[in-house]
Design a protein around this ligand. Structure first.
Ligand code: GLC
Length: 651
């Protein structure tokens, strides 16, 4: 399958590069291209080899790599070399992230630069600035319907502002993550406009069809992403008189990655943002990159080949830059985004751990950890040099994408269990204080997802309204418990802005016609800085949350066992309310840590004898790294108060 590529092939390509490229100092570039060329050529051939213009396209690809290398700032090139030498740098426990919108958090990019001190106070050192590139006003899907890949939305600032932010982050030892929306563009993007004007070259950037024949075949097996607001996967374009594939909203046109010109364009876009100072690029919706009739058009093998090719290309021009896969798919599929059939990560180094996120929410609603434990037991091991992004909330809905077999093994009937969860989080369930909203209800399957801010979903909003001190305390404990889990599970915890001070649901989006139909806006609040100020006022919910999370972050950074080298062992305790796992220290620099979380509203206990046997912890020496104190004990039992967790060490 893989064709032999000789070095003379590469030499021929290099000879054809424009003279202005050839005369630059490209030593590092040539070395890296030489090292990766075999893989690049093979993958490119596999994807696009049947075309007559294969050689021209390959030349174009190498040109994109070279031009972006030349444009790459020296300081980033130095960083590239440092990270190549210390290639596991991002697996360290020292990284803690936060995702936020520049405008909602701080007005604009310049304002964000002035708020970095707040993030540092908390301990955050990896910033995911949600999409900032140009989108049409209104039909923007929160920044994911891009109309110009190379310019910043004037409402949040300019490219210069972004570069200034990136420099400021670097000085503070913080990382910058930016989105690249790879699956689709806005129907207002120049490519879409030119396609609409009849330019064949640009129509080939998309999937366009004169009639329903092929769209109907696709529809037979394609699910709907936004069944409520944008049913179907194709949209009729009046001007073009064609059907266009639009898997997400009807104004988001899916890019045709089976066209090598699209590959080169998007590679150029990725490297452009790498060159603006992004340390990490979040690839939006990569599961959708390849479309095939008769399939769900998700997780196709070719989508993985594309990601591998993008990674190999990035290794040549900007090897210090990491990719995050935002693939919200089944656990067995998620794991492949590190590299299908690979040993060491060779697609995206980081992936959203949507499985863990959804399982945590299941434990919140059921107050037991049966499904959580089952789901994590069946989560395949990651590849080496790959890590999770562990999160509780993000800008999107909570999807209940558990594996049905796991749900059954945990003792539930999948359909009724999912409907219980939706009822629970939307407050329909009798003793639930949750204030979520349904999202993306699918009339056909009866499925629904959930929107809502963390604080409102755990019941803090309702508890505050009732001025019920005990309920408030329980909700705060629950928020801290969830954070205690993502901080210690293995991977980079990604906080969501506002959760650190308990921001509640925000209904102001209802006044905006372009947003009113999309309940995800309920949890994309404008930060209330007066509320944030209360983080310094002892006893307030804001202070208890902020301080709790701040302390957790500080302890995490000092706990080598929390680095991510597949050094986690799930411990089955027989107590269905506890989630327990052991983190061993990968480099024997410190001690193992036993993480114990109680998801019940009642205290739970754990036999210390079992603990010793499983983790070799000496109970006379037990201490909780989080509080710095000895945990509660009763006779030979460890006592875990309701909604509390321990990070136990003791050797
Ligand atoms: C990703 C984004 C989501 C967006 C979708 C389409 O899932 O996180 O917000 O709606 O892609 O771009």
């Amino acid at each position: 399958m893989y064709e032999q590529v000789s070095h003379s092939h590469l030499d021929r390509i290099l000879d054809q590069l424009k003279p202005e490229i050839r005369k630059r100092d490209l030593r590092h570039f040539y070395t890296r291209l030489g090292a990766n060329f075999y893989a690049i050529h093979s993958l490119f051939k596999q994807l696009y080899g049947r075309r007559d213009d294969f050689d021209d396209n390959l030349l174009r690809l190498v040109e994109v790599l070279a031009v972006n290398y030349i444009q790459r700032d020296d300081q980033f090139k130095r960083l590239d070399v440092m990270r190549e030498r210390n290639h596991n740098w991002f697996l360290s426990q020292e990284w803690v992230g936060m995702a936020l919108y520049a405008n909602a958090f701080a007005g604009d990019l310049e304002g964000l630069g002035k708020r970095l001190g707040y993030l540092q106070e908390l301990g955050v050192n990896l910033l995911h600035v949600m999409p900032i590139v140009k989108c049409p006003p209104g039909a923007s899907d929160g920044g994911y319907a891009v109309s110009d890949y190379r310019n910043v939305d004037p409402q949040v600032g300019t490219l210069d502002d972004l570069r200034a932010l990136s420099a400021s982050l670097r000085h503070r030892g913080m990382l910058l993550t930016l989105d690249v929306v790879v699956n689709h563009v806005s129907d207002q993007h120049e490519w879409a406009r030119r396609a609409r004007d009849g330019e064949k070259r640009f129509q080939d950037y998309f999937y366009v069809f004169p009639n329903r024949e092929i769209p109907d075949m696709f529809e037979e097996s394609m699910p709907e992403v936004f069944p409520e607001t944008s049913p179907g996967n194709f949209t009729w374009d009046e001007a073009m008189q064609q059907w266009v594939m639009t898997v997400f909203n009807d104004y988001q046109w899916d890019l045709n990655w089976s066209n090598p010109a699209v590959f080169a364009e998007m590679l150029d876009v990725l490297l452009f943002w790498a060159n603006q100072g992004a340390d990490i690029l979040r690839l939006d919706a990569p599961a959708f990159l390849w479309k095939k009739i008769g399939t769900t058009c998700q997780n196709e093998h070719e989508a993985h080949l594309i990601l591998q090719l993008l990674k190999d290309c990035c290794q040549v021009t900007a090897p210090g830059v990491l990719f995050i896969a935002e693939a919200i798919v089944a656990p067995v599929e998620i794991i492949k985004y590190f590299g299908e059939d690979a040993v060491i990560a060779k697609e995206c180094e980081i992936a959203y751990n949507a499985t863990f996120m959804a399982l945590l929410w299941d434990a919140v609603a059921t107050k037991n950890t049966r499904l959580l434990e089952q789901g994590i037991r069946n989560l395949p091991d990651k590849l080496n040099r790959a890590t999770w992004l562990n999160y509780v909330r993000c800008h999107d809905d909570i999807g209940l994408g558990f594996d049905d077999a796991d749900v059954i093994r945990a003792g539930y009937e999948p359909r009724s269990h999912r409907s219980f969860l939706v009822d629970y989080f939307t407050g329909e369930w009798e003793d639930s204080l949750a204030r979520g909203q349904p999202f993306g209800r699918d009339e056909k399957s009866g499925d629904s997802r959930i929107s809502g801010s963390l604080a409102s979903l755990v019941g803090l909003e309702a508890a505050l309204e009732r001025e019920d001190e005990e309920a408030i305390r329980e909700c705060i404990d629950l928020i801290l418990l969830l954070h205690g889990m993502i901080m210690s599970f293995g991977g980079i915890p990604l906080l969501y802005y506002g959760d650190e001070i308990g921001m509640l649901n925000d209904f102001s989006f209802m006044d905006d016609e372009a947003k009113a139909h999309d309940t995800r806006w309920i949890h994309r609040p404008v930060i209330d800085w007066d509320k944030a100020e209360r983080r310094h006022k002892p006893g307030t919910p804001e202070q208890r949350l902020f301080e709790g999370i701040r302390k957790m972050i500080a302890v995490r950074k000092n706990t080598p066992a929390f680095a991510d080298f597949n050094n986690r062992e799930l411990i089955e305790t027989g107590n269905p309310h506890l989630f327990v796992f052991l983190r061993t220290d990968p480099f024997a620099q410190g001690e193992p840590v036993l993480v114990v979380g109680n998801f019940d509203v009642a205290p739970q206990s754990l036999n210390l004898g079992d603990l010793h046997y499983r983790s070799y912890l000496e109970f006379e020496r037990l201490r909780d790294l989080y509080t710095g104190e000895a945990p509660a004990l009763f006779k030979d039992q460890l006592v875990i108060p309701p909604h509390r967790f321990y990070w136990l060490a003791g050797r």
